[in-house]
Design a protein around this ligand. Structure first.
Ligand code: SAM
Length: 212
């Protein structure tokens, strides 16, 4: 998803340093200080416009959530959406998921969510997929021991690739769903923007849960 630059985006980000971080290094090992309560931290890499992370934070006040996004305009839209309500257990980080070891201490994160990540179908772009082995190494480092990754997508090719990539990395699968919306796992499901769009077109949604 490429979004056209919006002139208000940098201004909105600058106006809300209490909610969004642009220089993540400053909080390495100290993310819990940015929240009202010290509690487990869950992150979403590639948070898009924020629908998932905002609703997760509202549903699970016992966890702290950080939405991470590489596109400034996109994270500004997520921030704008989040500011409509007071959500004390939600923060945003403008960053590249490939660099998360610069922004989080080893074991600082309790769970990683990846939702509808860009598929990068060409083989020469494999390294950009958020389930490529170098990304898995980053998640493993910042996650607690045996930390969990949850991944949802509508893209069969990316899902098959991710099963292969996580398995090759030595991760253990806790669950694999080939039609999430018609499964028991859907009971607690929080939809993302992309999920809503694709499932409305009748496409099945794939999901996996795995831990290191
Ligand atoms: N998760 C949202 C959803 O399900 O509706 C957005 C999905 S969108 C297809 C993928 C998002 O991941 C885009 O906003 C993109 O900018 C972001 N993204 C891609 N590569 C990233 C990276 N290396 N680090 C952080 N965000 C990334």
């Amino acid at each position: 998803m490429r979004v056209r630059n919006k002139p208000w985006a940098p201004e909105l980000i600058e106006a809300h340093p209490e909610k969004i971080v642009e220089k993540g290094q400053a909080f390495k090992g100290q993310w819990n200080q940015r929240f009202e309560k010290e509690q487990p931290i869950f992150i979403e890499v590639g948070t898009g416009k924020g629908q998932f992370i905002i609703n997760m934070a509202k549903k699970y006040p016992q966890y702290n959530f950080i939405g991470i996004e590489i596109q400034k305009t996109v994270i500004a839209i997520a921030l704008k959406n989040a500011l409509e309500e007071e959500i004390p257990n939600l923060q945003f980080l403008y960053a590249d998921g490939a660099e998360l070891t610069d922004y989080f201490e080893d074991g600082e994160v309790s769970k990683v969510f990846l939702n509808f990540s860009d598929p990068w179908p060409k083989t020469r772009h494999e390294k950009r997929r958020l389930t490529f082995k170098t990304f898995l190494k980053v998640y493993e480092q910042i996650l607690v021991k045996n930390g969990e990754v949850e991944f949802k997508t509508d893209n069969q090719g990316l899902f098959e690739y991710s099963l292969y990539s996580l398995n090759n990395y030595g991760m253990t699968f806790e669950g694999v769903w080939l039609d999430l919306h018609n499964s028991e796992e859907n009971e607690d499901n929080i939809e993302t923007e992309y999920e809503h769009k694709f499932s409305a077109k009748g496409q099945p949604i794939y999901k996996l849960k795995a831990h290191f």
